[in-house]
Design a protein around this ligand. Sequence first.
Ligand code: ASP
Length: 361
Amino acid sequence: MRAVMRIGVAVLAAVLASSVAIAPDRVMAAQAKEHKWAVVLHGGAGVIERQSMSKEMDAKYRAALQTAVQAAANVLDKGGSSLDAVEAAIKIMEDDPLFNAGKGAVFTAEGKNELDAAIMKGETMQAGAVAGVTRTRHPISLARAVMEKSPHVMMIGAGADQFAASTGLEQVDPSYFFTERRWQSLIKQLKKESLPIPPRPAGAPPAPTGGMAEIEPPDAHKYGTVGVVALDRDGNIAAGTSTGGTQAKRWGRVGDSPIIGAGTYASNQSCAVSATGTGEYFIRLTVARTICSLVQYKGMDLQAAVDEVVQKELKAIHGDGGVIAIAPDGQMAWSFNTPGMYRAKVMEGRPVEVQIYGDER
Ligand code: ASP
């Protein structure tokens, strides 16, 4: 099918070049625009089960995934870049308290929100990443600024926030990221682990007086890292991931999401990947780059490559989580070894697919 398209384009280019004197770069552009855009995203993987999800929450997550994937699709449909699409969709999910990214991020054991993000551009293999930021409203935009406006690939902590402010990115009080749901979830976990309960963060709204019933939703989901991979009409792919990390993390812990090649990777030579799950395992297996290497050097189909790493290699070391992936030829894939993964995908001319549980595969 791809070969047929390529021959078709080549014949068209030859006819155009011989009949009218069209500049070679115009012919190239016509070739490039043959790509159909596509986007795949995730909103975290984990023990996400039908029986423990209320109808309302199920509907809320599906609507949020739909909104985010639509935002990316709108960018791509207008001929926008995969990088712009990735950033647009992730910003929406960072603003949505349902997800463990930006507002609604999980808390560290010390009661703070420390945010990580990364972005990578497949065309040039430029990348930007940040870890442990506490004041930048959109960590994904900061990762992009690191890539585009600094000579570096990765920045951490207060320095990264300072750099964000210097590039004009919106700064917020750390309490902006607070949500009651994540706070109660932290307290529950700390009690279980017999760890000290930190004071309620300064600037957080007063504790609800009506008990847990007031906290929407009452269940304690700690998942919700977000990631997007996209292919634009020029045939360029990109990947981005944003997270609050793992709940009750300590000592400045950083997971896989901002580690290029582990939680995030993109190269036009192979594929773009964003991962979610317990980052310690994803770092050790350099999951994202390993998947793309299987595509590039072993000629594997994208779905076979993601399954190989997630269902075999990751499982073998007891790693839990999943990935989404896209290739420049339009292949889209996802794979997870947890009960569920919030996810959505769409390709130009096809309906949007939104799924949550394992049995929807
Ligand atoms: N991968 C993220 C981390 O380890 C967490 C997640 O995806 O749920 O920081």
